[in-house]
Design a protein around this ligand. Structure first.
Ligand code: SAH
Length: 368
């Protein structure tokens, strides 16, 4: 088999419909071919042209000579006792990323990665600790959803939500994330409603405004502190985009009726979980259509933060609620397989770090 890296054919996975139409037109094909092929790839999960049996044989052969449909193998799969699953995908250049599938009542939520590593170095996050390697392509991003949909289908289930909350900062990879969003929302792609697609950001303000103008998706913003001083200490990105401006930008996101922007707040014992901080946060959010998601920190080796006691989590929540701020405490999912928030990383599967087996495949390490 040809090594995918040496394959000169154009990868059409990850191309939104308009791009695919332009591409086919430039090769002298009819425009409607794009709709047919798009349906095959994203609704019927085709990974080669030969299975697209309602297209003429001539077309399939011609397109197969110049195009391909990439598909990163899921090299490792783990399942938590709470039903959460984690998949590790091996990318064509040997890098690896993880995505997490979370069942919750009728919902099936996929948490996707957008970068290999992350450049933001948030103090509490494992992905940041391993540094930034590269942006993912839209093909690699959307493949995580293709894989999950296929997996769910074998059980008679459907993917209901996608959250851009895996490895990386989606708003530092806007072009590729935008292409992936278009495919998720397109009726010829995944056909998902915008409110079921959530982009989570550490607070890249201009990119957030830009995306909010272009797509009816939901937004989650990782606040994690109620003062500039604490936030800058935890999240260096706060020096570029300060909390004040970020809250103003969140208040300015256009919302359909009944909807809210989510503020995520990782609770770190004795760092940002005091009653005074809860009160300060309630003041910042007062009157805004913003709800708070409290996430007790999931520890990892590189950080030395402590998990807050259940009592201090409840106290924090009660102060926000008393001030009229809708607040929920996020249940911890998948921690036993290191699939919880802030625990995803690329290090365990990095072939450059771990070396290779005789077969040339990267050796998989057990989770520590
Ligand atoms: N870069 C994006 C998306 C990835 S992080 C962002 O910052 O939003 C997804 C969420 O996980 C963020 O809300 C982040 O604050 C949270 N998180 C990171 N590390 C964590 C940890 N160790 N424990 C709990 N939540 C964490």
């Amino acid at each position: 088999m040809m090594n995918a890296m040496d394959d000169a054919r154009t990868d059409i996975k990850g191309m939104p419909l308009e791009e695919l139409e332009r591409f086919f037109r430039s090769r002298g094909e009819e425009r409607y071919r794009a709709i047919q092929v798009s349906r095959w790839i994203y609704r019927r999960h085709a990974e080669e042209f030969s299975v697209m049996t309602d297209l003429s044989r001539d077309f399939r052969e011609a397109i197969g000579r110049s195009c391909r449909i990439s598909s990163s193998p899921a090299e490792k799969e783990e399942r938590s006792h709470d039903g959460t699953e984690k998949f590790l995908f091996r990318l064509e250049d040997g890098e690896a990323v993880e995505s997490v599938l979370i069942p919750e009542e009728a919902r099936r939520t996929l948490c996707v990665s957008t970068q290999v590593g992350c450049a933001l170095s948030c103090a509490f996050c494992a992905t940041g600790a391993s540094g930034f390697r590269r942006n993912m392509t839209s093909a690699e991003i959307i493949h995580q959803a293709c894989f999950a949909v296929r997996r769910l289908e074998t059980r008679g289930e459907r993917l209901t939500n996608v959250v851009f909350m895996g490895m990386g900062e989606p708003l530092e990879n806007v072009p590729e994330v935008s292409r992936a969003i278009e495919i998720l929302l397109s009726p010829f792609g995944f056909g998902m409603p915008g409110r079921r697609v959530t982009v989570s950001t550490a607070g890249i303000i201009p990119a957030m405004r830009d995306l909010a103008d272009r797509y009816p998706v939901s937004f989650a913003v990782s606040l994690n502190a109620a003062s500039e001083e604490v936030r800058s200490r935890l999240m260096p990105v706060n020096r570029r985009y300060p909390l004040r401006d970020l809250i103003a930008a969140m208040r300015g996101i256009p919302l359909r009726s009944g909807r809210k922007v989510t503020a995520e707040y990782v609770l770190l014992s004795e760092v940002n979980d005091s009653p005074a901080e809860a009160e300060a946060l309630a003041r910042l959010l007062s009157g805004a259509r913003i709800k708070v998601n409290l996430i007790p920190v999931n520890p990892h080796e590189q950080g030395d933060f402590r998990v807050p006691s259940p009592a201090s989590v409840d106290r924090f929540r009660d102060i926000l609620m008393a001030a009229g701020v809708q607040t929920i405490t996020r249940e911890r999912r998948g921690a036993d397989i290191r699939a919880a928030c802030g625990q995803l990383r690329c290090a365990p599967a990095d072939p450059k770090v771990r070396g290779r087996t005789r077969s040339g495949r990267a050796e998989m390490s057990k989770n520590p």
